[in-house]
Design a protein around this ligand. Sequence first.
Ligand code: PGD
Length: 759
Amino acid sequence: MTDRWVPTTSHWGAYQAAADSDGGVRVAPHPDDPVPSPLLGNVAGSARHATRVARPAIRRGWLESGPGPSAGRGAEEFVEVDWDTALDLVAAQLDRVRNESGNESIFGGSYGWSSAGRFHHAQSQLHRFLNTIGGYTASKHNYSFGTSQVLLPHVVGSISSVLGYADSWETIRENTDLIVAFGGLSTKNLSVTPGGVTLHTGAASAADPGVQVAAVSPLGADVPARGRWYSIAPGTDVAVQLALAHTLLAEDLHDTAFLERYCTGFDVVAAYLRGESDGVAKTPEWAAEICEIPADDIRELAREMAAGRTLVNVTWSLQRTEHGEQPVWAGILLAAMLGQIGLPGGGFGHGYGSMAEMGDSGPLLKLPTLSQGANPVREFIPVARIADLLLSPGQTYRYNGQTRTYPDIRFVYWAGGNPFHHHQDLTRLRRAFARPETVVVHETHWTATARHADVVLPATTTLEREDLGAGRRDTHLTAMHRVLDPHAEARDDYLIFAALADRLGARQAFTEGRSPRGWLEHLYETWRESLRERGHQVPDFDRFWELGRLELPAVDEQPPLRRFRQDPEANPLHTPSGRIELFSATVDGFGHPDCPGHPVWLRPRRTTGGPLHLIANQPPTRLHSQGDVGATSLESKVDGREPITLHPADAAARGIAEGTVVRIFNDRGACLAGARLSERVRPGVVVLPTGAWFDPQPDPKRDGATMCAHGNPNALTDDLPSSELSQGCAGQHARVDVERYDGPLPPVTTRTPPPLRPA
Ligand code: PGD
């Protein structure tokens, strides 16, 4: 424990911390950070909150009756045990399952953001541990942009060519005339990047990029201060994009030389735009019926796009929906027709407004990284298919042209994620979590996922250990000093896995004989050596640790799309044609009915569930579910519930006023929330951000059903993928209805631990 101010970092940025006299923590922004994150306000309250997991805890039914499927998960009390008892039990079950049915019966995908820190990254630690004992069924892709992760390689040859080399805000200010921002340019997301960003320069740039912005979104909050708001019906961006493309084509504003030299398949798409292939011309009048933006506005916007340097940006939220491939592919189509892909400040952007790193200008540098080893098991799922995996062993499904089969999972191991926050249709996920024999979770706090486990092992937070920290496109590497002693009996994930590896005969393979500090020195010095080989000198570990942070050396690399533009024959894309595939014969050949071979408008299948369109976006007051018991998050609650924003007309029609507690419901589930009214959401649209800790309680309006008393939107979202191609998360939208909640208010139970009893 140190009462000195020391440096540390988090996914919401670098900051300073010091222990206070009663064992808590004080935090202060990094002195050079121009726009510190509001999420810093959650740190002090979360650090020693009553919901910290204090000691190993085992669900009573599992402890008394042994492993097996159980609906008691998430309902029964826990028994606190000593570390040796817990570790012996977990090691014995891992050993039994791997011997009886092979390591593919262990699911170790364990998706989640965990905490910043290059070494103590819980998911990497888990994967490394499982690899040393024979492997695990893995998960692929992420919930953030998992749909694009599958699509982009087919269209532009790689994910990184679009996401890894985005132009900086300075380049945009210098070169761009107009940003057409599908999904808007939200600043609330820009304090966050995995691993953290030291200096938040991007938030101010997105708030006012210094160029014209046409922001297409159902939410006024997504529009920068001087931007134009094109208020769109949710989920209809593709119709606007196709109508813009139609106008460019009809008015001969498209760049035929670019399309011929750098793209394939434009002829197929052009036939579709004209209506030759399906009898429907994608005119602005056609689109206006769908998206509720006037046809003349669409036509004018297309002309403006063709008149100067235009960046077509699509936020990640747009692909986190049904048919989420389409707005991304149609965005690339538009940028290709404008002929500006590969030019500074022009072309296609994906994720400005979604994450801090997009637009940051820090070096493209490989950071110190813990090796996860090799996984001998080949089984995996696309990450958002977790409930299907657990519910349907042996069932086949389509994915990226393949037909795959779900393996039979008997053991689920999760460290550093909160599926009972991040997954869709949480009632269904509860049924899925009842199926395996054993669920083990490492957690810092009693989240809903911890409450649905059999064995909960208490993990330290970043403040309670040392690490190296930096995010993608960060400017600095931070020496993350320890500030607090571990809470109660909490241990580092690394030390927990080392103790399990010991019991399973793999200690040396897992630890390589190093302590946590020994690993930091090893990772740093290996990285330092690789930098030295590339001509960059950085101080040794001791000096770096003393300095507290290190400015990362500048690494200049030409973006792949610039090189492609300069010479497409010498620098082809990694697509079958080497060019941008506006029509992909590969995707077409897969025959996925919900993702044909070129961008198309597809009507949503999910039109039932209620008259209102729910947008479940990222919260402004915490990172996903992290920090929900901290001050910034708690201050935003209404009567202890997550705020839902409605248009005053929709509220008035339902007798709802500012501050009314409401019940949001559809055929999948229900939750409570507190009403906030705003003219800046479209009528017919409501916004309930993700991340309020899931609090399932009996629904007084529906026998046998549950209702989240706190306001988690994933009680309402549908567990359907974006498409068969990517099987990505489509949790951004749902259909719902909202009513006043006049019954006795159930207490929110997430801010105290579950029932615990000593062994
Ligand atoms: P977090 O709340 O960050 O959410 O889902 P994710 O699971 O990443 O969960 C991380 C967990 O790790 C927390 O519970 C935290 O306490 C724990 N943790 C932190 N540090 C440590 C540590 O050192 N050790 C251990 N063992 N645990 C630790 C985020 C996911 O949600 C994402 S990325 C997106 S983009 C999705 N977005 C949406 C959406 O737009 N709409 C809906 N409806 N749903 C979504 N879900 C997705």
